[in-house]
Unconditional design. Sequence first.
Length: 580
Amino acid sequence: MDLSDSQTEAVTHGQGPLLVTAGAGSGKTRTLTQRVIYLINSGISPRRIVAITFTNKAADEMRTRILANAKKARVGTNTPFIGTFHAFSASILRREAQAVGRQPNYVIFDDDDSLRLIKKVLKSFDLQGSKQYSAPNLMRVVSDIKTELKDVDTLGEFEKKVFEEYEDRLSQQNAFDFDDLIEKTVRLFQRSPAVLMKYQNKFDHVLVDEYQDINHAQYQLIKLLSGSHQNLSVVGDDQQSIYAFRGANIRTFLNFERDWPRAKIVHLGENYRSSGNIVKAAAGVIANNRLQIKKDLWTENPDGSLVAVIGAKTPGEEADIIAEKISGRGVKDSAVLYRTNAQSRALEQALNFHTIPYEIYGGVKFYERKEIKDILAPLRYASNPLDGLSRERIEKNFRKAVREELVSRLPKMGKQLGLMELIGYVLKTTDYFEYLAKQYDNAEDRTENVRELINFATEFKTLDRFLERVSLLQASDRINKSAQNAPVKLMTIHLAKGLEFDDVYIAGANEGVLPHHRSYFSDEDLEEERRLMYVAMTRAKDNLSIFFNGPASRFLYEIPPELIQFKRADDTTEEDIYLD
């Protein structure tokens, strides 16, 4: 199977629980896939194996490899279950629908469906648009109850009333929301020993990829399903646990031996992806975390280039340097990674200026984001009252009293106020940040995008010059729309997990950005930010460049100095010196 000794040890493990702790680029998913193949080729019926992943893409790749290499696994009924937590739970709920108050032809509500249903519940209580009870906030409350398997009685009186009405309406429509799929399966197993035993007896082996990312409901599902035979094999990397905001709890991974005292532990420390200097630099950073299973990270790959660390004065200057470096190095398999979506504005602008084709991976380009269009529309109307499209957006997106004031006063305001005063007037009149908080689950990200637009506007003296520049940037954007599968990808670090690139450019490694200022009050949050830095660094195969445009991130000081090639933006040459 062309496996390392550690991988072989994990793949050929016999009965009982198995934890594979894997460093970045160490082939953990390949190891899990080979273990499924090994079990099947050893005589385990494919139908008695469950392999759970976090994405459909990972499941498809695993299925393809298993069907191609496992002798007794064939298309048809004699195949293992390979899919996501939600797909697995949905298949159980189809069979047990009546036991959970549904018909087998139930529908699954996505997040938009769920939010609309919450809004209808609030409307029925005559509280739609309430500042105290916003639909996104209540949706988070509902989701938290389900993913954490909390008792509904822990809610306040009103939240409990909303939750119960929401659940009743889901039942009336023969529907589950996305969180229900796992929560309702777990609740069914907990209250019905006969149903639980049925599925425990149905499967002999349960395997889970990316175990560090599971939430409490997923943890309970796995624990219940594997409880009788304890043939649970999990792989993961606690050093890449970066989804606490989705309910992932790193302690679930760290406590595996406590939960399964007979567990065999196998460490995969060899990185097959990155150059030696990148692996050593990333290892130097992540070694500072307290909450982790200590492991040696190493590679037999050549040392390669030193890690470039470059300081700039402003985000714009930083973005220009990144674009120049991409141009100079040759546009190939490259990624620019950043902590927050708002950082893409300066980067997109610089790449457009240098005519470098790029693609926003898993996101929307800055000037196509709804909140940016919402703020630009009143500004454009103030500059040009004949702009019918901007007026239409104002009338469509704001409540009657607000839109009437904007339409009547903006033409005059556009002549009387300076650019920043006009933006302030629009934000205050629309109460826009409050609007975002009430309407969107990701209000904080959207607010950061608006603040980045305001920051960009400070570079201009007049409204017309600002709007002209924005329009030209959008025109350049349209040129890049033809650049699907462009060699340069822009994405947040969260979206980069699991991917790899020849060249990686980490933008905005500043204190307050990475680590984010919201993490300052919690050691565990700071450690997750350090794991984000580690994930970003280990996406690089050949070249890693890290940039900052203000106070340098504390994480940069944790990279061993002999691995850094440091340069300030105004230096004429790069010198092998450490940050001063």
